[in-house]
Ligand binder design. Sequence first.
Ligand code: PRX
Length: 656
Amino acid sequence: MSDSPLSVYPVKPQIQATAHVRSMAEYERLYRLSLDNPEWFWGEQAKTLSWFHPWTQVFDADYDAVDFAWYSGGRLNACYNCVDRHLPTRGDQTAIIWAADEPGVYKHITYRELKHDVCRIANVLIAHGVRKGDRVCIYMPMIPETVATMLACARIGAVHSVVFGGFSAESLRDRIIDAGCKVVVTANVGMRGGREIPLKTITDRAVDGLSLVESVLVARRTDKEVPMRQGRDHWLDDEMRKQRSTCTVEWMGSEDPLFILYTSGSTGKPKGVLHTTAGYMVYAAFTHKTVFDYRDGDVYCCAADVGWITGHSYIVYGPLANGATTVLFESVPTYPNAGRYWQVVDDLGINIFYTAPTALRAIAQAGDEPVRKSSRASLRILGSVGEPINPEIWRWYHDVVGEGRCAVVDTWWQTETGGILISPLPGVTPAKPGSATLPFFGVKPLVVDPESGKIIEGNGVSGALCLSTPWPGQARTVWGDHERFKLTYFSQYKPYYFTGDGCRRDEDGYYWITGRIDDVLNVSGHRLGTAEVESALVAHEAVAEAAVVGFPHDIKGTGIYAYVLIGAEYQDRDPAQLEGALKEQVRHAIGAFATPDVIHIAPGLPKTRSGKIMRRILRKIASSEYTGLGDTTTLAEPEVVDKLVAQHRLRFPSKE
Ligand code: PRX
């Protein structure tokens, strides 16, 4: 391995190689096979699922139409694969361990119990008119009913659209309308870090006046009473009690939709990314088993929220398809203190733990003490996802949390990819802190020159990250807008899939994700379009124009910095009050996680003479980089830059 600016962590003898791939030589051989003969390779992987009817063709595509089909002719059911097929051998095994927000409160649910809950909920959905192909919105906290509802949808062929419980009523409403959901499943409240989240109240606001929504089913997270609208709202537990605990499985075509999940892009409203049944399930199950080296009897915990793709693929579908015991963690990493994760690890004997760098940064701040209070003896593999992991945090994860005896897997992927695409294999791939290392089987990353669109061959290169080969887990379309799907992902570097990320391929062929190169921010691992935040801001009557950029943030990775131009009649307002109102505006329009860290009431925005905002300059100022702003003399109002710099300096004197 050649020199690298950062140290290489060779695989230590005490770290066991994954049971599924035992050496680099085996990885390389299988990787080559997967690219040379993808149909054979992916056909083999699909055999691990249970099929009602086998496929007749592994892969089929119309590249011009951007239409991909995997396992055509096959019929299967995702819920059957996650639940029913395990009953003969694992009926009494724990499928889900719910780790409640309240420290020390756990609930174990066996595969048999899960099946009964899923069937009851499936029957409730049917009783409320849900049929194959109908959409169901799930706006719920991290409770067992949430997973059961996702699986219940899959069982009857309904398409779920899970909306993260941190989204506002307005965002929820937009998503319900876009997907055309006839039923919304929510809870009276959610609990996070000891705080109550009024999910039902938010849902009421979201569905107010929407004739589309026929029923709202409400899970009971606590005893709290909430207003129930006669005829529309029903308690989920009451409804479940009326139903039988068996429900026939709907056998789905391989390409029938499994779920919609909304995600942000650089333009317009969030897109409903659509995943279909067979390819997604094969990919989620295979990556879960291989990347996390899942072994029978392991306790596996992914601490993400089911409202994001990580929760879909690596709390629910991947682990359950593999018959795993999966932990559903309701709380936050800092509640009641920064040792919470490791307390849960010890309480449950967790072997594999998967979280985001933002969570690690938040708890590493409290030092090593909260970690050292726990034993963590059960841990074998530590995963990271959602954003680039800083090498210092990688080392902390590896050395302090894992005490050097656990493999760290930094997994790169996206909502659209359905599963992990670039990642080390534990105990096999030598790691470099901060690099997601090498591509997974069947994945061929390309580095493309953003200016010329040409592929950059060789190692030691940087550019836009594209993918040249299809893989079963990739999204098939944007719900209701296939043109947008084509345009967003397959038009810039046709015919390749463009990820939106920049990357470097180092001298060893290792990939280093450098972050988004489109107008998407990754805030605490949550994906947000700058355009979304801008349109939330301009919806406020005081705002004439807004430009939102990211800046480096110690905990969040990227912070949100909003430059706003205020209308003449608001110029005399108290700036602090106005800033507060604008933050509230964004919270209201999108959700608390989208709240700008900084509102900069600006005298103007740097624009070219043709009116294009120079975001590069705004990003630099927001990051306290006042040099290298480039030639500003060609701007419509060059003096604006100096004014912005002076204001920023005054406000953040310590950042220089
Ligand atoms: O920028 C990359 C970043 O997260 C984006 C995808 O976000 P989302 O669709 O919400 O899915 C997140 C969970 C899979 C990517 O375009 N990202 C994700 N994982 C990594 C990452 N950046 C660097 N390293 C990673 N391991």
